[in-house]
Design a protein around this ligand. Structure first.
Ligand SMILES: *Cc1c(COP(=O)(O)O)cnc(C)c1O
Length: 374
């Protein structure tokens, strides 16, 4: 075995993925939002078995690169069921995606609209509007999204360039704990739709993005509450002129279907502080612990009283610390070789695992057939 060979999956760290749980979550989302098409965000977890199962369940997909387009097509999806939602794209990637049959792209600027018009002539575009991201654990604002008046200009430009100005897209931030967070961008979208209609255009699609929560620390309302709030908002803001709607959930579909199994490398006392080092860290799938934004629940078989500790990863980089500002509580008897499991870790872990950082192998996935405890 060389330094960069993936570890055999009986070893730790590993992600245990239970695809039936993801399908259950997919169906719960569909029941919460009847009439809204689901486009699973592939970046959350691109495992081919998961993608095939979602195709069979009737899912569409949200993709951001030609590799993700190909992964969906290989899983059996039709190109018509894909939305290419990365607002900033390499020109060559637009050409590749269009060549594979993708017809719907997200933009958020006149520059990118012209690029799509040249690289994928005649395709449809959604314009992404900015949101505050407040209420979410992992905000996605600032980097993407324009104002409503800019969106009207972008979509009018699109029409003038021979594209189909399909409508508006937004994302309220990931692990959004507030079901009412969709109302402000839905209201803003309704103003864009009205302005476009006044200009003689016919927008028809509203992309409500992702953001639906998983069972991470701190809890969140049930998916039904999100569906009810969004349906209420659509009724209030669009009335009888409700456009077609889609959502792009990633985390809420796949997070709860995964458990990241780690082993304790060492427990070290530095002054009054107990440091627990795991064999998985920021560079082995846990990038969302940056700024302690996403807080996983922890499980261990070790019994006895617990106490606070700093939790860190195995690499030699000082950024590889998971939780320090807000310490975690683990058994005082925890020691080298014990297992610590991070639950609801199926999203944004294997795909963000760095190949070979410090010689640590990327995080492998093991498909599990047994029941995953809720
Ligand atoms: C990442 C992403 C998603 C998925 O977001 P979740 O919060 O995981 O549901 C959806 N849409 C876009 C454009 C994204 O970038």
């Amino acid at each position: 075995m060389t330094l960069l060979d993936p570890a055999p999956t009986t070893l730790t760290p590993r992600l245990e993925l239970h695809v039936p749980t993801a399908l259950t979550r997919f169906r719960q989302l569909r029941a919460a939002l009847p009439g809204t098409a689901i486009h699973y965000a592939v970046k959350a977890n691109p495992h081919p078995v998961l993608l095939r199962a979602l195709v069979a369940a009737g899912s569409g997909f949200d993709v951001a690169s030609p590799a993700e387009v190909r992964a969906c097509l290989e899983a059996g999806a039709r190109a018509d069921d894909l939305v290419y939602s990365n607002p900033i794209k390499l020109r060559a990637d637009i050409v590749s995606a269009a060549g594979l049959g993708v017809r719907l792209f997200v933009v958020d600027s006149p520059e990118e609209t012209r690029k799509v018009a040249e690289a994928a002539p005649g395709s449809a575009v959604l314009c992404r509007i900015v949101t505050s991201g407040s209420g979410s654990d992992w905000p996605l604002s600032r980097k993407y999204g324009c104002s409503t008046s800019e969106a009207v200009e972008v979509l009018r430009l699109a029409a003038g360039l021979g594209l189909d100005p399909a409508g508006v897209s937004f994302h309220v931030g990931s692990q959004q704990r507030d079901p009412s967070a969709w109302d402000t961008p839905i209201e803003a979208s309704s103003r864009v739709f009205a302005a476009l209609r006044q200009a003689g255009l016919r927008p028809w699609l509203l992309d409500l993005g992702g953001g639906f929560p998983a069972a991470l620390e701190g809890g969140a309302p049930a998916l039904d509450a999100y569906g009810a709030a969004i349906r209420r908002s659509l009724r209030k803001r669009f009335g009888s002129r409700r456009p077609r709607t889609i959502i792009e959930p990633g985390r809420s579909v796949v997070a709860d279907s995964g458990r990241l199994v780690t082993s304790v490398v060492a427990v070290v006392h530095r002054g009054d502080t107990r440091w627990v080092y795991l064999d998985a860290g920021v560079f082995t799938g846990l990038v969302e612990t940056l700024d302690e934004a996403i807080r996983y629940r922890l499980e261990t078989d070790v019994d006895g009283p617990t106490g606070p500790c700093v939790l860190a990863g195995p690499t030699c980089d000082s950024a590889d610390v998971l939780y320090e500002k807000q310490p975690v509580h683990l058994p005082l008897a925890l020691t080298e070789g014990d297992r610590v499991v991070l639950t609801s870790a199926g999203a944004y872990t294997t795909c963000y695992s760095t190949v070979g950082f410090n010689g640590f192998a990327p995080l492998p996935t093991e498909l599990v057939l047994g029941l995953v405890p809720a």
